[in-house]
Write a protein of this length. Structure first.
Lengths: 221, 357
């Protein structure tokens, strides 16, 4: 069983994209998670709906909306094209964007669960001991919510690894450029390349198992 | 104490249908707020510490205004420097005892003092979950003291401990009161704790201060009976020892011209000891010549009767001490109890407990 360069490219793109999207989405994820778990403000339900939207939308629909938004004539895509002269759709950057949007709700869900489990009284106790809200976040809320944060991170990461619908809409399925593991499996099935399908499915299954097992290990007490 | 350490509380806070309104100045070293749960005690402390913002009014410590709705001043909790000790302790579970104490960036000398006074030196490297409830509460007090607070705010610090543990923590609180300059605002539902520690107490009910004064005055005044009923009070008396007989296992205390027999305690004659008697442990008799094993039959006079729920509460004046007594309605009717009636209070020696050392 020998893995082909196209398969290696797809696998490595998936992993790189998943990591990159995690790095990009973690700061806004922590902010959104903190707002949703710890604050009351007007429009909170709206923010939550907005964040969770991609979770309930069919990924194809999210992908289509992204395509419209990011295309050369789209609101964001057009602006970027005019300012930087670059196109987003059908590039690896489009993969990162698609994957980030789809995995964001899972990441935030985990963070919210983790932060909600930290009693507000502990945070108030820290405030009375002279800690600013920022210090309270980093010394109390964050370390005590770490199980939920790690859980959300791993779930989001796994979702990123396997994202299909949104990716194919905005990034296409260009081998060696925007073809991720999930897209490579799709193509291999269509082309009847059974050996390739088995290899990729095996790798995908193992990666998913490890991710889920790590989640359980970190989130179960 | 000078004016620089007075705390002035004059504010109002509504939470749903509940409303708290206070207007008082705390001048003594230890002030207690006494009330049942739901009376507004925690709201009061949260407004003072800054974790809750009042609707209007002013909170000032000496010359420093911490909150004033009129001028828009509202210092955040981290700028107020109150050492808050919570009922549940709220130690940070992911930090060791030493790290918990260091969290408030304490004055090193104060934290050493706090560790010494509360005798927690041996737990410093342990985590909160490895400690007993009483130990955790001592650490919580040390953590609050170490940051050199302008005042300690204690919210029912003993309420989550069983009574044997409470009696062991109270001496530590006494020690804190003696060693540290820090004034204390102590919130509790237990008269015994207020009497053990406070110089002045405020009775709080339904979000308002009903009465204030020295704790034992509040307890023994008939007007405090409603509060006594709410808080499930014990009668607490400070009485001098007249004789102590180790062989018979009994000690006699002087209560006016009468004498109160309690289980033997190793105390010098004439020393004053605080003792507690639960309101339901006192029986009422009209006849002093009972053939009964109880050692104490004290003559008193009924000051007032109050029917509350399924029990009758009596305030009985024995010499100059008021005893709160809880009996059934049947007993009241059968004995035809009424105000100004002379009765005998029958108390077993073993139902009388000496309070803290």
């Amino acid at each position: 069983m020998r893995i082909t360069p196209t398969e290696v490219a797809a696998l490595s793109l998936s992993i790189k994209v998943a990591f990159l999207s995690l790095v990009i989405m973690l700061p806004p994820g922590l902010l959104a998670g903190w707002l949703l778990a710890k604050r009351t403000f007007p429009g909170k339900a709206l923010l939550n709906t907005f964040v969770m939207w991609p979770l309930v939308l069919p990924p194809i629909v999210s992908g289509y909306l992204l395509l419209i938004l990011l295309g050369r004539h789209g609101f964001i895509g057009g602006l970027i094209y005019r300012v930087f002269g670059i196109e987003i759709v059908f590039t690896p950057l489009a993969v990162v964007i698609a994957v980030s949007v789809i995995s964001f709700p899972l990441l935030v869900r985990g963070i919210v669960t983790g932060m909600e489990s930290v009693p507000v009284e502990l945070e108030n106790a820290a405030r009375t001991l002279g800690a600013s809200p920022v210090k309270v976040f980093w010394t109390i809320t964050f370390p005590l919510a770490y199980r939920g944060i790690i859980g959300g991170t791993i779930l989001g990461f796994s979702k990123s690894l396997g994202e299909f619908g949104a990716t194919i809409m905005v990034a296409g399925n260009i081998p060696g450029k925007t073809q991720t593991m999930a897209l490579a499996i799709f193509s291999a099935v269509h082309l009847g390349e059974d050996a390739s399908v088995y290899r990729l499915v095996f790798i995908a299954t193992v990666v998913a198992f490890i991710a889920l097992w790590l989640t359980e290990r970190f989130t179960l007490r | 104490m000078g004016d620089s350490t007075n705390i002035r509380l004059n504010f109002r806070k509504s939470l749903g249908s509940f409303s708290l309104e206070v207007n008082c100045t705390l001048r003594t070293k230890v002030s207690a707020f006494l009330g049942v749960s739901g009376s507004g005690k925690s709201t009061l402390l949260n407004c003072i510490s800054g974790t809750l913002t009042p609707d209007e009014g002013e909170i000032a410590f000496g010359d420093e205004v911490l909150y004033a709705s009129a001028s828009g001043i509202n210092l955040p909790p981290e700028k107020r420097r109150f050492g808050y000790v919570f009922q549940e302790g709220y130690l940070f579970p992911h930090l060791t005892v030493a790290q918990n104490i260091r969290y408030g960036q304490p004055n090193p000398r104060k934290s050493t003092d706090a560790i010494t006074v509360l005798e927690i030196g041996e737990f410093l490297q342990q985590y909160p979950k490895e400690l007993s409830g009483g130990q955790r509460q001592r650490v919580a007090i040390a953590r609050a003291l170490a940051m050199e607070p302008r005042m300690l705010l204690m919210d029912e610090p003993l309420a989550s401990l069983d009574s044997a543990l409470k009696d062991r923590i109270i001496p530590y609180l006494h020690h804190v009161k003696e060693v540290f300059e820090t004034p204390i605002l102590y919130v509790t539902h237990a008269f015994s704790e207020a009497m053990a520690l406070a110089d002045e107490a405020f009775l709080i009910a339904d979000g308002a201060i009903m009465a204030s004064g020295e704790p034992h005055q509040l307890l023994t005044a008939p007007s405090a009976m409603p509060i006594a009923q709410m808080t499930g009070v014990e009668n607490i008396l400070f009485l001098p020892v007249t004789a102590s007989d180790k062989a018979r296992g009994l000690t006699a205390l002087e209560i006016g011209d009468q004498s109160l027999i309690i289980p033997y305690i190793d105390v010098e004659v004439d020393e004053v000891v605080p003792v507690a008697i639960r309101a339901e442990d006192i029986m009422i008799s009209l006849d002093p010549n009972l053939a009964i094993s109880a050692r104490n039959i004290l003559l008193g006079k009924i000051q007032c009767l109050d029917v509350k729920g399924d029990r009758t509460w009596l305030s009985i004046l024995v010499e100059w001490h008021h005893l709160a007594v809880k009996i059934t309605h049947e007993a009241r009717e059968q004995l035809q109890l009424r105000e100004d009636l002379e009765v005998y209070c029958v108390i077993k020696a073993s139902a009388i407990n000496r309070l803290w050392d």
